[in-house]
Design a protein around this ligand. Structure first.
Ligand SMILES: C/C(=C\COP(=O)(O)OP(=O)(O)O)CCC[C@H](C)CCC[C@H](C)CCCC(C)C
Ligand SMILES: O=C(O)C1=CC(=O)c2ccccc2C1=O
Length: 298
């Protein structure tokens, strides 16, 4: 047994590699886009919805699996015991497993486009995939320049929510676009939080993440402003009469938001303690998006 395996049981490393809670990130844009569509049209196509959710999960699996492959080439993951490449030692198998997920996911989206006799949804999702590739794949590796949060905002916000709305209605909506801004910001918060504990490895590999650029202290303050923005935006859109009042249900996620901001304020420069903050951010994302969608459906 290696020291790694004694310190971290293999089952825990595998769970950390697969990161099941992270997949709510793929589900929520589809949920919110579909909820706005239902609120506006009172129509709901369950086959399209479930196919889209399954495809989104597969596409996000591709993104994460190929992230471990591309990161193994820059050396940034050399201390990441739960990288799929480090766990299996089979980079090529991991690479093709990722590609298989992508192909299956895109086939799901293609099915939706075929049912709709309209290529818009597949076009938008291909654009999401291109952003996902540019985040981590050569020669772009834009995440290494600190641009990941911007790509993440557009991929999971306007593009994914817009595609989900379009898949139900074959048209676009300003309300859906505004809701997608909230989904985009709260998704980017997760990525932002994921950098706090990785500053040393990132600097060593030449990755200029936003936290490397800002420093952990300023990063923890920026986090507060962006977290607050999703609640203020929802309130303003309700007061303007654009969002139904029930979307204020998303404020019930505030206890997680406070927990996140307090935790990061306190431990921003202690990698061991701050490392779980991205999962608190996942909880903020899950509850805020779930309840935002519920607010549209009610
Ligand atoms: C893989 C992602 C983050 C991991 O980053 P990092 O390298 O810091 O992680 P480790 O420390 O674990 O190595 C997420 C990147 C998100 C990306 C900017 C955009 C992805 C777009 C998706 C492909 C879109 C899926 C949309 C779906 C809902 C249809
Ligand atoms: O492993 C991670 O850190 C992330 C994985 C992931 O799929 C994702 C998706 C959207 C925003 C952030 C993240 C991660 O941070």
């Amino acid at each position: 047994m290696t020291t790694q395996q004694i310190l971290y049981p293999k089952s825990k490393l595998w769970m950390a590699a697969i990161k099941p809670p992270m997949y709510s990130v793929a589900i929520m844009p589809i949920w919110v886009g579909t909820s706005v569509a239902f609120a506006e049209t009172k129509n709901f196509n369950a086959t399209i919805f479930t196919t889209f959710i399954a495809a989104a999960i597969l596409i996000l699996a591709w993104e994460n699996i190929s992230n471990d492959v591309f990161d193994s080439e820059t050396g940034i993951d050399k201390n990441k015991h739960h990288s799929l490449v480090n766990l299996t030692g089979k980079k090529l198998v991991v690479f093709w497993l990722g590609n298989l997920c992508l192909i299956l996911g895109l086939l799901g989206i293609l099915a939706i486009a075929t049912w709709q006799k309209d290529l818009t949804v597949i076009g938008v999702i291909l654009l999401c995939c291109a952003l996902g590739y540019m985040y981590q794949g050569p020669p772009f590796r834009l995440g290494y320049q600190g641009l990941g949060e911007i790509l993440c905002f557009f991929a999971f916000g306007p593009l994914a929510v817009g595609a989900a709305y379009y898949s139900q209605t074959q048209t676009w909506s300003m309300t859906s676009l505004l809701a997608s801004v909230i989904v985009g910001i709260v998704t980017s918060l997760i990525l932002f939080c994921s950098h706090f504990h990785q500053v040393d490895d990132d600097i060593a590999a030449g990755k200029r993440s936003p936290i490397v650029r800002l420093g952990t202290k300023t990063g923890s303050q920026v986090l507060i402003w962006f977290t607050a923005s999703i609640y203020l935006l929802t309130l303003i859109l309700v007061l303007w009469g654009i969002f139904p009042v029930w979307t204020l249900l998303s404020w019930l996620s505030l206890p997680y938001a406070f927990k996140l901001c307090r935790h990061v304020q306190q431990y921003h420069n202690q990698p061991d303690k701050v490392s779980n903050c991205k999962f608190i951010a996942v909880a903020v994302h899950f509850w805020a998006c779930l309840l935002l969608g519920v607010g549209f459906v009610l």
